[in-house]
Design a protein around this ligand. Structure first.
Ligand SMILES: Nc1ncnc2c1ncn2[C@@H]1O[C@H](COP(=O)(O)OP(=O)(O)O)[C@@H](O)[C@H]1O
Ligand SMILES: [Mg+2]
Length: 240
């Protein structure tokens, strides 16, 4: 078993009277894919925002290797190696697929030409090479989701946080994204945390699953254990 690459240590989040994260603690093991489940409003996206610093936690620590990143600006946390996709696909519609990725690539490069070259290579990895010159707004949802992942990967993250990128996709599109997520994990060494409502999909790729409910950790364990956990079943039946 490898060491943790990320240690979430007792973090809390409050929004005007709402206790959105309650003493959340868990580890992400280096090289693993950790699935995150929970009903709507459970605090899953809030957890990701706390990790990448867009909305830092009010207390607790987020240890990335030996550094507590709480309080660091978002760009610094991204540079250290933690990237996140957003829940709603946020590509620039009036730019080409290539330039959407090149914008992210520019952060680590000093010329537009080299950013575009790197962007093209990343698009090829996600199966979007042929679509590089299309405007992002003209791409179907599945391809826009892939584009969002391509953009996040331009930051060369060690950890990628994926927030419901498979929402609205059909089964074969979901399987396509899953196989590419497994490739960035296995071939490119990226540790992943994946928020996903589709349990079938999540259980296929995750070595561990974390269940959140009302801002608190309900349980964490192997997929087959968590899927039979009484409160997990209740939280899901209660919500849906
Ligand atoms: N920036 C914010 N300001 C106020 N309330 C928020 C904010 N972000 C999230 N919330 C609230 O926190 C709770 C958890 O939200 P969220 O993390 O988006 O849930 P999930 O991603 O699990 O569906 C919800 O009740 C939501 O309305
Ligand atoms: Mg969410």
């Amino acid at each position: 078993m490898s060491d943790p690459i990320l240690r979430i240590d007792n973090i809390d989040q409050h929004f005007a009277g709402l206790h959105a994260l309650k003493h959340v603690s868990f580890n992400l093991t280096e090289g693993e894919i950790l699935g995150i489940i929970g009903p709507n409003g459970a605090g899953k996206s809030t957890l990701f925002n706390a990790i990448v610093g867009t909305v830092p936690p009010v207390s607790g620590a987020v240890w990335f290797r030996d550094q507590n990143v709480v309080g660091m600006p978002t760009h610094k946390i991204a540079q250290l190696g933690i990237a996140k996709t957003s829940q709603s696909v946020q590509v620039f519609g009036e730019m080409t697929a290539r330039d959407n990725v090149a914008v992210a690539a520019l952060l680590g490069r000093n010329s537009v030409a080299s950013a575009r070259t790197a962007a093209q290579a990343e698009l090829e990895f996600w199966g979007l090479g042929r679509l590089a010159d299309n405007l992002a707004q003209d791409l179907p949802l599945a391809q826009r989701s892939l584009l969002e992942l391509a953009r996040a990967m331009m930051l060369s993250p060690q950890i990628l946080l994926v927030d419901e990128v498979m929402a609205g996709l059909n089964e074969s599109e979901v399987d396509d994204i899953l196989s590419r997520l497994m490739r960035i994990n296995k071939e490119r060494g990226v540790s992943l945390m994946v928020i996903e409502h589709n349990m079938r999909a999540l259980m296929k790729v995750s070595s561990q699953i974390l269940a959140l409910d009302y801002g608190a950790v309900l349980t964490m364990g192997k997929p087959e254990e968590v899927s039979h956990h009484k409160q997990v079943v209740e939280a899901y039946l209660g919500a849906d």
